[in-house]
Design a protein around this ligand. Structure first.
Ligand code: GCU
Length: 591
């Protein structure tokens, strides 16, 4: 009886949002969760019959003459989390629909609420609970949730998820992208039980430019909006008190003598956010990241970004990475190369990656897949841009390791509405979080007569002049690298080479001066020449080779040297160091 009252109290408030996935609450790891990871029954629906047959109804024959031409029973199982392509060979190249089913038993107490939370599903997810659609989500790399307080049954419940990784013209990304389109429920699935009023969100980071003052907020969700809030940092014997307003919002501002998070000492503090009805604990670091003139400053000290690009792929499993073990393979390899900065491309990576990287003392750029040919003039795209940006920022805004929000990669000024849409997106991102750097990664620079002309309207809205250049691979040198000339339209901004490099098949032998043989020597030469050129770049604040490991991309079909792999890795997919690795390692060692 009591539960019905509660449902009725909050029902009107939440009905409107029920079919739209909700923005996920922050810090799932610090909550009362029940994992739904593990084996899920599946139906591989390459024919697309699941919609008109309504697989989520799980019809059963009612009478002898009835026959139902689908069932989860008798079908294969897939592991969640995990992409579906790498789990069964018949799914290797599938871009389509797989239906997932999981059953769980639950008893929800009357004074509690329940949420179904997904770390990520690539690309479109439609979610059903006990035969009823509870909502959908678009976007393969950010979390989302649904409130199921008034939908969960006492005892056995059934979740069915339609996961579809078909490419969408007005999608993010759109049709063309140079990585493997791993589909499925690729990250954790959890049930999260909360109090009727719970701590939905908080932002606890140093104020822009400060080394000792936190400026943030706490947001409650529920009927008991006005509550006392305490923020404890036991190690600092700090206990800050404030109160939420009638909308459940409280501004937070306090100072302390923090041990700052730094590359050498990635210090994290246990931070406890407490309200009268809920408590959430987190591990948070405090650091200050800024651009001053042509320098990037970490805690007021100039820092040179010794970076590398990383795709979210476990090279040894040939699968989408998600676990802490997966991330450690990538992070240890980056550490081994001598990096202090990771450009995680071209989509928000899993939380394990962010948290482990932060613990290991890496600065991080997190990016949304606004990649090359985006249909900016499509009426749905601006909202998709904003939603994905908010989901990325929302999840990682308390991760001090994340210092850059990267909002686009290689989009073209000539594309209708590109500038307008991305300028608006930048302003919305800055309004959400003014403490981090924002960049747009460009490749529209001109290169003629051994001279670069670097200009793009988006640089007016970027904290760094970041660009990708493949001189020596896609574009031949037009003179001595050491005599390269530069016309950069933003002479006072730091310059970041966000991608450079070339391909080599580990162990490939052949004339070293010909790209055609994909030799390590040819790639090594590209790196040597690039380093020559780097010495000519004004305001250079960092470099980011493309990329750490060879990785899968179906567009790469030279079947002698690539075989579905982009071979620009400094490491092969077996972790073998190519000659160019040593050049980069040596350069970073000296930097
Ligand atoms: C681009 C792009 C990458 C791509 C790389 C390449 O610059 O950003 O995603 O993989 O070039 O061509 O290898």
């Amino acid at each position: 009886m009591a539960r019905i009252w509660v449902a009725l109290l909050i029902f009107p408030f939440f009905w409107a949002n029920s079919l739209q996935a909700q923005t996920a609450m922050v810090n799932v790891a610090g909550r009362n969760t029940t994992s739904l990871n593990g084996n899920w029954q599946v139906i591989i629906d390459s024919g697309g019959g699941g919609d008109w047959r309504q697989f989520w109804q799980e019809k059963k024959p009612q009478k002898k003459t009835d026959f139902i031409e689908y069932s989860f029973d008798g079908g294969p199982m897939l592991k969640v989390p995990g992409d579906f392509n790498s789990q069964r060979c018949e799914l290797t190249y599938v871009e389509g629909t797989v239906w997932y089913k999981k059953q769980f038993n639950y008893t929800l107490k009357s004074d509690k609420r329940l949420f179904l939370h997904f770390g990520a599903v690539n690309y479109l997810a439609e979610v059903y609970l006990n035969g009823e659609k509870i909502g959908s989500h678009e976007g393969g790399f950010t979390p989302f949730q649904f409130e199921i307080t008034n939908k969960v049954k006492e005892g056995e419940n059934t979740v069915i998820v339609k996961a579809n990784n078909n490419r969408l013209g007005n999608g993010l990304p759109s049709y063309g992208f140079d990585w493997f389109n791993y589909g499925g429920i690729t990250r954790d699935v959890d049930l999260i039980e909360t109090d009727i009023t719970y701590i939905d969100d908080y932002f606890i980071q140093l104020k822009k430019g400060s080394l000792d003052t936190v400026l943030g907020w706490v947001q409650l969700n529920g009927t008991k909006a006005t509550q006392k809030i305490k923020i404890h940092i036991p190690e600092l014997k700090l206990s800050y008190q404030t109160k939420t307003d009638s909308k459940g919002f409280a501004r937070v501002e306090f100072s302390s003598d923090f041990q700052l998070w730094s590359l050498a000492n990635p210090k994290l503090y246990q931070v406890i956010v407490e309200s009268e009805t809920d408590t959430v604990a987190d591990e948070i670091g405090f650091r200050c990241i800024e651009v001053k003139g042509n320098k990037v400053l970490l805690n007021k000290e100039p820092v040179f970004l010794k970076a590398v690009n990383i795709h979210e792929e476990n090279p040894y499993k040939r699968a989408r990475a998600y676990s802490t073990e997966d991330t450690k393979i990538l992070l240890n390899a980056a550490k081994d190369l001598g990096c202090n900065f990771l450009r995680l491309v071209h989509y928000p990576h899993n939380e394990n990656m962010i948290k482990e990287a932060e613990k290991m003392g890496f600065l991080i750029s997190s990016e949304i897949p606004v990649y090359q040919h985006i249909q900016f003039s499509d009426s749905l795209v601006p909202q998709k841009l904003e939603t994905m940006m908010r989901e990325m920022v929302n999840r990682d805004k308390n991760r001090c390791g994340v210092v850059v929000w990267s909002l686009s990669n290689e989009t073209y000024p000539g594309t209708p509405n590109r500038n307008e849409a991305l300028i608006e997106l930048t302003q919305k991102c800055k309004a959400l979080d003014s403490t981090r750097l924002i960049v747009h990664v460009i490749n529209t620079q001109g290169y003629g007569n051994n001279t670069f002309n670097v200009w793009d309207p988006l640089y007016n809205y970027s904290d760094l002049v970041a660009f990708n250049e493949y001189i020596g691979w896609y574009i031949p040198w037009q003179g001595k690298p050491s005599e390269t000339k530069w016309n950069i339209a933003f002479p006072d901004k730091p310059v970041f080479i966000s991608e450079f490099g070339g391909e080599a098949l580990y162990g490939s032998k052949g004339p070293t001066d010909e790209a055609a043989y994909w030799t390590e020597e040819y790639q090594e030469k590209i790196y040597k020449d690039q380093i020559e050129m780097f010495n000519t770049i004004p305001n250079l604040c960092g470099l980011c080779p493309w990329l750490l490991f060879d990785y899968r991309s179906l567009g790469r079909m030279n079947q002698v040297y690539q075989n579905g792999y982009n071979r620009k890795g400094l490491l092969s997919e077996n972790g073998e160091k190519k000659k160019a690795w040593y050049i980069m390692h040596e350069y970073y060692k000296k930097k």
